[in-house]
Design a protein around this ligand. Structure first.
Ligand code: GZL
Length: 330
């Protein structure tokens, strides 16, 4: 059977949620200003939600988890069971099966990689538990595997990074540091970037698995293998921050000898922009817990929901100020 790739592109009924960048999204309320949703009754009225988070690998993931936990609360009508898979798909699959056994009302998860979910997604479908897909995408043969997906357009993020490089460093010798191989964020950021700059400009690639430590190690190897590299595109800030350490240890100047372009826009990444060690950052806003709660309530009530809700991103260059970075909430 031909697998179907579900991603944030060109699917009808897509709704864009404006990135709030410098301001937090307040957790959903019922409008009476006390921050709760007016959920009535005791725990029996709460929506039982199983949330499988893929890990705690990056500043982005930490901020996303904080947003999820701040929004999926009893005050907002949710009885949350949260699981951290430590970036292991087998842990996520186990958590999803546990949620089925617990008889949750809704399952939400961010898949660490795109494939390998067919069996468990079919089990969830057979158990008639609706799925709200969060952040990353799935590539599965299961028909209609989720009710709605909320996340960023990774392909567009890659294109934005590529357009900046093409405009500012058209002859750069680029090393591309990929995120977790096979994840929707890695696959689509790479596709968007490579098609924009031209694959011939990319002299080497390696994965840093979205973590600082692995980003540093990958960059140490790349500096040996590609001494003429003069631009790094890292699929997230954390790998770029690890690369800075490797570049400085090699006696080179990040942001000058090697221009650095990343994605996410977490505070540490934007601080590197202020410090002139990063050159350009494409935001990928992790604070959308409110939208997840809203989707869960609508899905549970059987209301119509858009197939996709895209969290709109912005971009940052070295014109960003220290005050702007200090004002960021993640
Ligand atoms: C993007 C998210 C990615 C971030 C990384 O939505 O899936 O995973 O870019 C994180 O920082 O590890």
């Amino acid at each position: 059977m031909v697998s179907k790739k579900f991603r944030a592109r060109g699917i009808a009924a897509t709704v864009a949620v404006l990135s709030l960048g410098l301001a937090a999204c307040s957790s959903g309320g019922d409008g009476d200003g006390d921050g709760d949703t007016g959920a009535k009754g005791g725990d029996g009225d709460l929506i039982k939600v199983g949330f499988s988070q893929l890990g705690a690998e990056s500043g982005w993931r930490t901020a996303n988890t904080e947003s999820v936990k701040a929004s999926l609360t009893k005050e907002n009508g949710i009885d949350l069971t949260f699981s951290d898979a430590q970036q292991k798909q087998e842990n996520q699959i186990k958590a999803l099966r546990d949620f089925i056994d617990q008889g949750v009302d809704v399952i939400a998860f961010s898949p660490v990689v795109e494939t390998g979910w067919d069996e468990v997604l079919q089990e969830i479908k057979d158990a008639e538990i609706p799925v709200v897909l969060v952040d990353r995408t799935v590539d599965t043969t299961v028909e209609d595997p989720y009710v709605t997906w909320i996340g960023a357009d990774f392909h567009s993020e890659g294109v934005k990074a590529g357009e900046w490089v093409k405009e500012n460093y058209p002859d750069a010798k680029i090393f591309e540091m990929q995120g977790t191989l096979g994840s929707g964020a890695q696959v689509d950021r790479e596709a968007g970037f490579d098609e924009t700059v031209g694959a011939d400009k990319i002299i080497g690639k390696a994965s840093g698995n979205f973590t600082r430590a692995e980003g540093k190690a990958a960059m140490e190897a790349a500096l040996q293998a590609y001494p003429d590299m003069n631009l790094l595109f890292a699929h997230n800030d954390d790998m770029g921050l690890g690369a800075i350490e490797a570049i400085e240890n090699a006696g080179k100047v990040p942001g000058k000898d090697i221009v650095i372009v990343t994605v996410d826009g977490v505070r540490d990444g934007l601080q590197a922009l202020v410090d002139k060690k990063f050159n350009f950052v494409v935001e990928c806003n992790p604070v959308f817990g409110d939208q997840i709660v809203d989707a869960i309530k609508k899905v549970h009530a059987g209301d119509d929901v858009p197939k996709e809700t895209i969290v709109v991103d912005k971009t940052f260059d070295q014109s960003i100020t220290q005050d702007e970075v200090d004002a960021r909430l993640y």
